[in-house]
Design a protein around this ligand. Structure first.
Ligand SMILES: [Zn+2]
Length: 172
């Protein structure tokens, strides 16, 4: 079990959450209306892939590469890939009630909800940018804490991150 706190002010931002180990799997999604949540309430997972902004041009432009989970992004006519942080902490959006929408509307771009492509879009009540919410109608619904902007009550979590990252690198 672990809770996650704001790295700036120390406020606890989640209830006690259980680590869901293994690969992050996203439920099948029909593509209409808000997508299903990737993580059940009460759990968290570590996403070993780079997540969110900034974005860099993709080497392979032919295969419609995804910049975000389930979502391609084109900048100046070029498909881009995430160069954001690895090992973001993925939780159910309803397990972080104290977070507020980012005060800049440009961060909240999306159709039915923020798509998360414009950088962190949720802030701690103290104002610190701590998380990115994906909750649009054409992708999965998940909240990613930036691992560099929150701290964990559980020492094992950073170790789990390193193990997952190592396994991911071996696969490539
Ligand atoms: Zn804070």
């Amino acid at each position: 079990m672990a809770t996650f706190s704001c790295g700036a002010c120390g406020m606890v931002l989640t209830p006690d959450l259980t680590h869901a180990p293994g690969e992050l799997t996203r439920p099948e999604y029909a593509g209409r209306g808000p997508g299903p949540a990737t993580i059940r309430r009460g759990f968290f997972a570590i996403d070993p892939e780079p997540f969110g902004a900034p974005f860099v041009p993709a080497d392979d432009q032919d295969d419609c590469p995804h910049a975000m989970p389930g979502l391609a992004k084109i900048v100046d006519g070029v498909f881009v890939l995430s160069a954001g942080p690895r090992n973001t902490i993925v939780v159910h959006p309803d397990d972080a009630h104290s977070l507020r929408p980012h005060p800049e509307d440009s961060r909240l771009t999306g159709c039915c909800g923020p798509n998360g492509t414009e950088g962190p879009n949720l802030v701690c009540p103290c104002g610190a940018e701590v998380a990115t919410l994906m909750a649009d109608c054409y992708g999965p619904r998940e909240l990613h804490f930036d691992p560099y902007r929150v701290s964990s009550s559980e020492d094992e979590v950073p170790a789990a991150n390193r193990t997952l990252t190592g396994r991911q690198q071996q696969k490539v």
